[in-house]
Design a protein around this ligand. Structure first.
Ligand code: BYC
Length: 332
């Protein structure tokens, strides 16, 4: 993986230079695949777009702890419980890196959380589906983390330095998440008929929502063109969706499950799999708050926020006390 250097070179113009020159410097940095860093000048739209995408991504990681988190107390063995615990904890960590990346753009984390719980900022549609069986834990790892890898590996080359660097670590952990899911499913497929049926049922329920994670089709994706020009996004939604399908089909064959799409077949000419059209009206519905679990996810997030107020207050009081001691120490 290439590791471009910061766009802030010694040739960066001082902040008081005229905007066209700053814009030219920004454009050159993007054109040369170098990175924009927090101290660099950037167009307001670039900053806004990044805050929007990074905040949505952070919220998704935090809300994304819920569907699998429900299984921690019910995991069928100590080994499965420990693995699931570690995975869900990683997701909390991903949320934290991402909120920190948003803060480097001037966003306030408390404000982003307010926006989420007031329904003014989005999180990924995928986390609004239920997890009725333990096979869902495996299928989330395989599909949802697999889709996350397809989407996020290119984001390691995103033009904004702190976001790109956060993605490197996130992607390493997502690989472990995907493997734990696939390994769990392999184990279940070697089990009883009932377990195999449970895996197939989870595959049937998660396949189409997983394809929707990549966002609307390119001709209905208002943000893609500008985000691609700024190299925030490196591939379109449809390109990444295709990559995911091509990666997943052989894995499904090896596992012995059927992907629920009668139109799915290899297209020799294109060198890719053809596949059916997701129900885009369902994606719109889920994004607008009307998915199977939206209300439950938001309610739980709101309650956790309220119940955590004393922790935030205690941390702030502790930090204030430390600052005061330091000040007194340096004055003595
Ligand atoms: N769900 O113009 P478009 C994880 C919104 S966490 C909800 O294509 P863009 C994991 C979109 O925001 C996975 N909303 O937008 C965690 C936009 O609305 P606004 C999260 C969606 O930004 C725990 C509008 O629809 N991953 O992997 O160019 C456990 C039009 O869309 C969705 C990320 O966040 C959706 N599926 O492209 C396991 C990755 N799709 O803001 C796993 C980073 C679209 O204009 N994000 N919308 O009102 C991205 O790569 C891009 O933001 C997207 C959308 C591809 C998602």
């Amino acid at each position: 993986m290439t590791s471009p250097q910061s766009g802030t070179s010694s040739s960066a113009p001082p902040a008081d230079r005229a905007e066209p020159e700053l814009q030219r410097h920004f454009d050159d940095t993007i054109a040369h695949n170098q990175r924009i860093e927090p101290r660099d000048w950037m167009p307001e739209g670039y900053r806004r777009t990044l805050i929007r995408q990074i905040a949505q991504h952070a919220h998704s990681e935090i809300i994304g702890m819920q569907p699998e988190g429900e299984w921690i107390t019910r995991a069928p063995s100590l080994r499965r419980k420990a693995i699931l615990f570690a995975k869900v904890q990683d997701e909390a960590g991903h949320g934290l890196y991402l909120y920190s990346a948003a803060e480097t753009l001037g966003a306030d984390r408390a404000d982003l959380t307010e926006r989420l719980i007031e329904g003014r900022q989005k999180y990924s549609s995928i986390f609004n589906y239920p997890t009725p069986t333990f096979a869902d834990v495996g299928v989330i790892g395989w599909f949802v983390d697999g889709a996350a890898i397809c989407n996020q590996v290119p984001l390691c080359r995103s033009s904004y330095g702190p976001y790109a660097r956060a993605m490197v670590r996130v992607c390493k952990e997502e690989s472990f998440h995907q493997r734990q899911g696939y390994e769990l499913l392999l184990t279940m497929m070697r089990g009883t008929d009932e377990q195999r049926a449970m895996v197939q049922d989870a595959v049937d329920r998660w396949w189409w929502p997983s394809l929707m994670m990549f966002g609307p089709p390119d001709d209905d994706s208002p943000n893609s063109a500008q985000s691609m020009a700024w190299k925030i996004k490196r591939h379109t939604n449809d390109e990444l969706r295709q990559r995911f399908v091509d990666m997943t089909v052989p894995q499904a064959e090896k596992l012995g499950v059927t992907l629920p799409d009668p139109e799915l077949r290899w297209n020799e000419e294109r060198g890719h799999h053809d596949f059916g059209t997701p129900d885009w009206s369902e994606l719109k519905r889920v994004i607008s708050g009307d998915g199977p679990c939206n209300a439950q996810r938001m309610e739980r997030r709101r309650t956790a926020h309220e119940e955590g107020a004393w922790v935030r207050e205690a941390a702030a009081a502790h930090a204030a006390k430390q600052d005061k001691r330091r000040e007194e120490g340096s004055a003595a």
